[in-house]
Every structure is written in C-alpha cells, then in structure tokens.
Design a protein around this ligand. Structure first.
Ligand SMILES: [Zn+2]
Length: 359
C-alpha cells in the first residue's frame, strides 16, 4: 500500500490490530488529507440525443449476483472459488470476441483473471486502445470489517495463512461488480460500441493481509497486479486509454463519492463518469462533494500508466459510518443487502460512458 493512502481509509483494513480499540481510532490521523474537500464543479456532458444503445437489464445482473453467491464463499482455494470460476468463464465465452485466462499462483493456490475482449463496432480486430472495466470476483476468507462480530475474536495472518477462517458471502464485495460486467458483456455483444472494450474479472483482491509485506500487502490485489504487470504480453488487451474499477456497486442505498486516489491519477475519467451519471439523473448516487481515500485494484493499473478510477460504496468509517456499506467484510454481506436498482444505476452509467466514447 502506498504511504499516501495508509493515513486514510484502507480498503482492506485489517481489523485485527484495532479490535481492542474504539472504532473512531481509524479516522484519518491529523496529518491525513481531510476526507471532505471543497466542492469542485463538474462539466456535465450534454446528453447525446442520437445515442441508441441496448438497455442494461438489471434483473439479469441481479441473477448473476445471486448465482455467484450460491457457490458459497469464493476465496482462493475454496470449492466455491473453483465453481464460480467455471461459471464466469462460461458466461464470458458466450459474449466476448476473445476470452483470455491469466493464471498465477500464490502460496500454491491458483488465481485466475477472466478477461473478455470486445472488438470495436465493425472491426474484426481488437482495439489497441480500448476502455478497461475491471472488478474482483474473489471474496474475503475472514470477516474483519468494523461491524463484524467475528472480528472481535481476532485474526492473525502468518506463514500458514489466517489463524482461522470466517468467510464472507461477498454479495456486494465480490459478486456485484462481476454481475454488472456480465450483463455489460451481453449488451456489448448485441451492439458493439465505437471503441473496443476489455472486461477483466480479476481474482485474489481480498485474500491476504493488506498491511503485510511492509504495507505493500501480502496476498492481496493479486489479479490486478498480474494484469498490470503482463499488459505487454497480451496485445489483444492493448493499452487501455482509461479504466473503471467496480467494487461494491450493488448495495442498497448506494452512494459513490470522489475517491481521492482516482482523482489524483485519473481526474479526467473521474469527471467524465460522474458527469455522465449526473446527466442521466443519478446525481444523488454519484456525489462529488464528498470524498474518501481507498487503496484498491485500480492502483496497480494507475502505477502501470492506465488512468483508472474506483467506483466503490464508501467503507463504513468516519462520516460514512452509517452511509457507507455497513456490511463490508461481515458475514451479512448477502444478496438481500443488495438491489437490482443499484446495479441498474451503475450499469446504465458505465454503458453510457462506453457508447458515448469515440476512438
Ligand atoms: Zn473486500
């Protein structure tokens, strides 16, 4: 993890070390960048009147969410992980022009990125400069969120992994992003946009210790790091012009705020996506007047030179203690805490961005 974000809210904050502390102990320290910043104007893109594109069917997306959860917890090495991988590959093969599987190992366990490449409208070749959408599909093997009763018992990560497991169902944190990407895959096949698109279902985001390895993380962000490191080995993926990470996009009462790492590395993309959402009438969900720091799968891509933003329901800390996703890293992260309406807002927004984009 980067120093700049360590002082803020970390996506994979391991509750272990603060289990005996008060919850407000994780508020940003005095030298941290304030969570709330001045409102910045967004140049809202004008609606493109001639834009005709398929509708994002949120019922399809919600079924994909439920389907993934039905496999059980999907952390590395689990039975649910193996079954879910088969499902994701089969679904992606229905729609993508090309499917790439990237594999590597962590502590003897295989992790796999499932990548669908969609050619631009009228093309039989992949774009050299597609738009990248990504989402992690694995789930966390321990329930170490601030609202988890399990977390009070303490988790430790050592040479043999976690001292005990308390896997989360991962409806929002794991299944929701993939659910949106699979429904997007369907509409991309039915009507290719002008630009090429790469949909990357990345693995191993949430397995290990976010604070391990001197703060770099041990056994986390595995798939996104692999994707970023191997870009040049896969000409079909090209050099994406920008990326959008979807992580926890299905919770009820969904909000997104300005994620500060996204805005530091990809301000243009951040403004484009929030502006598009506002032009579709989703300004109550996409709120640019509040912010949070998050370290997540977008950071390996940003370090590799692909400006990538993170759309993530705020973590339940500080001023988002109530309005954030309170079931984050708990065993209550279930489909009933998610809604098709939230998936719709995200899916329509991202689809609109893709179909408005020109090469
Ligand atoms: Zn997580």
């Amino acid at each position: 993890m980067r120093n700049s974000v360590r002082v803020g809210i970390l996506l994979g904050f391991v509750w272990l070390s603060i289990a005996s502390c008060q919850r407000n102990s994780v508020e940003p320290s005095a030298n941290a960048t304030p969570n709330t910043v001045a409102v910045q104007p967004i140049s809202t893109p004008k609606p493109v009147e001639t834009l005709k594109r398929p509708t994002f069917e949120s019922d399809n997306a919600f079924k994909h969410l439920e389907k993934q959860c039905a496999f059980g917890p999907r952390y590395l090495g689990s039975e649910g992980h193996t079954k879910c991988l088969e499902f994701l590959i089969a679904e992606m093969k229905k729609y993508a022009d090309k499917v790439i599987l990237q594999e590597s190992k962590y502590r003897g366990m295989t992790y796999t990125n499932v990548i669908g490449v969609f050619y631009p409208e009228g093309s039989k070749e992949p774009s050299k400069t597609p738009v990248l959408l990504l989402s992690h599909w694995d789930t966390r093997p321990i329930a170490d969120g601030p609202n988890s009763a399990e977390a009070q018992k303490g988790f430790r990560y050592g040479a043999k992994g976690w001292n005990r497991l308390a896997p989360i169902p991962g409806a929002n944190d794991g299944a929701s992003g993939g659910a949106v990407l699979l429904e997007l895959a369907r509409i991309l096949k039915s009507q290719p946009p002008k630009v090429g698109v790469v949909l990357a279902l990345v693995d191993g985001e949430d397995y290990g210790d976010f604070r391990g390895n001197n703060g770099e993380g041990d056994g986390v962000f595995l798939g996104s790091r692999l994707l970023a490191a191997k870009l040049k080995d896969y000409p079909e993926i090209g050099q994406p012009t920008f990326g959008i990470l979807l992580d926890m996009v299905g919770g009820k009462n969904l909000i997104f705020v300005k994620e500060e790492n996204s805005h530091r590395f990809a301000p243009g993309t951040n403004e484009k996506v929030f502006g598009t959402a506002q032009s579709l009438g989703y300004g109550d969900t996409f709120r640019f007047d509040e912010s949070q720091w998050v370290d997540d799968d977008h950071m390996p891509l940003n370090r590799a030179g692909i400006p990538t933003i993170d759309l993530i329901h705020p973590l339940p800390f500080a001023e988002f203690e109530q309005r954030g996703y309170v079931y984050w890293h708990t065993q209550q992260d279930l489909p009933e805490k998610c809604s098709a309406k939230s998936l719709k807002i995200v899916g329509e927004t991202v689809a609109e961005v893709l179909y408005r984009e020109t090469p």
